[in-house]
Design a binder for this molecule. Structure first.
Ligand code: B12
Ligand code: SF4
Length: 494
């Protein structure tokens, strides 16, 4: 039995990790039951009922709110079936293995890519064999001693079977998200080493991608079969191999199958592509691309070990995607260790200028959140960040909720205020460009006080924010009274 704990936010399709894990188990003749809060709204009861004759319970765990249900369910299962082996896997338990395995309800952890390690472990369970010698596994032996087996090399994904999509009806996820989606990974890994990211720890900087034909064959089969409207690609950095990406786009166009798709990548790769190739991406259904731009200060980018990225590439990315009609989101990390207020202002100014020129650009800013295993942890500890010491402490670490020792009190308030102004500026620009009769001069005038504040870094007596909040309240009230739909929120505030 495999369990994906509930997460906040709209579902992005079935839990892909579990579909990938299920396939080799099914091929080897095991029965697999998937559980999440959408397939089984009463997931805890389902698990308690159905684990009575299971070989084991596997749980996928990401850092943050995901952990809560994983802990609750594990405790309940251990109480009812004390001998049922509970195996954790996924990013959190792979990056905080020793700490997670100390919890009494965790018997084993599959570290990193899970398909082959879980299969080997389950085969041993079925045969009643011991667990020693399974590469990629950490577990408690008969005496409760924690054993870490050596790493398992990352397998070539072309040699792994197609995820078991038939185990999770996309209609169930569509009912919750409003769109029929197929979560799909065409590649694993990214060659870079940003020091706030653990991709390098998991996938060793190796770009491990399906061959073009496999992507095209799988999409040609799965999209019509499940009436898919949207394919979010879960690749770490889709454009590492641009030739492959363009071949996939051409193949999708040639197949005549229509669906929207999107992916994440870095601006250095996209900016190298020709306008024609980016138009091909758009023509094949790419409507949105996410970028980890993070900062527009070259100094902060260097602190993040992101020297491969430059502001000119962000501008070029915005320009080329604008011409192709693709919406892009630039993620921004605020409060990174070493970032000063001047760096932040520079980021807000440059990003505002890019969005002014290219209205297809939106922003997703977040306060830096240190997840387990990120390479910058030793420096963070020196700077006074306390590393959470248990699963429960990591659960409390939802994105942007943490407190950083160098970002407190007045400094934090100023950051929040400047961020609000930055987002308000973009909202006003987007809203006013939607009013065709508003003259260019009037448009500029409306945003002028805010641009002045951002330019001068002055945020006292924030009357524009009060006004905007008051307007928002009135609109919400009117909507509640009249049932009139609220205007669409900008995707920038997250
Ligand atoms: C898609 C995605 C999500 C989706 C997944 C939805 C879905 N339907 O599957 C959702 C929305 C849940 C999500 C949320 C978050 N995510 Co996310 N996400 C990803 C992303 C882009 C792809 C994950 C994926 O499906 N990969 C493909 C599958 C096949 O791989 P996989 O999930 O890693 O699973 C394999 C192994 O991990 C292992 N495995 C996984 N589970 C299990 C369970 C068992 C029992 C076993 C044996 C093995 C095993 O085997 C699997 C097959 O090899 C990754 C980045 C990446 N490139 O992987 C980030 C990533 C996993 N997310 C990350 C983060 C930070 C988050 C959030 C914390 C961010 C936030 N906004 O709060 C939240 C946490 C959830 C919450 N709020 O509770 C980090 C991980 C940090 C961490 N320590 O957990 C990543 C690595 C991004 C990054 N580079 O920093 N995410
Ligand atoms: S470019 Fe993105 S995926 Fe690659 S290491 Fe940096 S943050 Fe991670």
């Amino acid at each position: 039995m495999l369990f994906y704990p509930p997460y906040d936010g709209s579902p992005l399709g079935a839990p892909l990790s579990l579909l990938c894990l299920a396939s080799p188990l099914l091929e080897a003749g095991f029965e697999v039951k998937l559980v999440d809060n959408l397939l089984s709204p009463d997931y805890q009861e389902t698990i308690l009922r159905e684990t009575s004759d299971a070989l084991c319970l596997g749980i996928s765990v990401l850092t943050g709110p995901h952990i809560g249900a994983a802990v609750r369910v594990s405790r309940a299962v251990k109480k009812l079936h004390p001998k049922m082996p509970i195996v954790f896997g996924g990013w959190h338990s792979s990056l905080a293995t020793q700490q997670t395995l100390r919890e009494p309800f965790v018997d084993a952890i599959v570290r990193g890519q899970g398909e082959l390690t879980l299969l080997e472990l389950v085969q041993r369970m079925a045969d009643g064999r011991e667990w020693h010698g399974v590469p990629g596994l950490s577990f408690k032996d008969g005496n409760g001693k924690i054993v870490h087996e050596p790493e398992r090399p990352v397998a070539n994904i072309n040699e792994l079977p197609t995820p078991a999509y038939h185990l999770a009806d996309p209609g169930i996820y569509a009912a919750a998200s409003g769109v029929r989606q197929l979560a799909y990974t065409s590649s694993l890994g990214c060659p870079y080493q940003c020091n706030y990211c653990t991709d390098q720890v998991f996938y060793k900087r190796r770009f491990n991608a399906y061959r073009v034909e496999r992507v095209l064959n799988e999409l040609a089969e799965l999209v019509p079969r499940y009436h898919i409207a949207h394919v979010p690609l879960f690749d770490s950095n889709f454009l590492v191999d641009r030739k492959r990406a363009v071949a996939i786009a051409k193949g999708v166009i040639a197949s005549g199958i229509r669906f929207q798709w999107d992916f994440q990548t870095s601006t250095d790769f996209l900016s190298l592509m020709s306008e024609e190739d980016i138009r091909l991406l758009a023509e094949s259904g790419v409507h949105h691309i996410g970028f980890g731009t993070e900062s527009a200060s070259q100094e902060v980018l260097a602190l993040m070990n992101k020297r491969f990225q430059h502001v000119e590439q962000m501008v070029e990315t915005a320009r080329k995607t604008y011409l192709a009609g693709i919406h892009v989101v630039f993620n921004i990390i605020l409060g990174y260790p070493g970032e000063t207020e001047a760096h932040r202002q520079q980021t807000f100014r440059i990003m505002s200028d890019i969005a002014k020129e290219y209205p297809n650009v939106s922003f997703s800013p977040n306060i830096f959140t240190p997840y387990p295993g990120i390479p910058i942890w030793p420096q963070l500890k020196e700077m006074g960040v306390r590393e959470p010491q248990s699963l429960e402490e990591w659960e409390a670490l939802a994105l942007g909720t943490n407190v950083l020792p160098w970002l407190r009190g007045e400094e934090l308030r100023r950051l929040q205020r400047s961020l609000e102004y930055f987002l308000l500026n973009n909202q006003i620009r987007k809203a006013t460009t939607r009013i065709p009769w508003l003259r260019r001069g009037a448009r500029r005038l409306l945003g002028a006080p805010i641009r002045w504040r951002i330019g001068k870094n002055r945020y006292s007596f924030p009357w524009e924010l009060w006004l905007s909040r008051a307007v928002e309240k009135v609109v919400t009230r009117r909507s509640l009274l009249t049932g009139q739909a609220l205007p669409e929120r900008t995707p920038e505030v997250c």
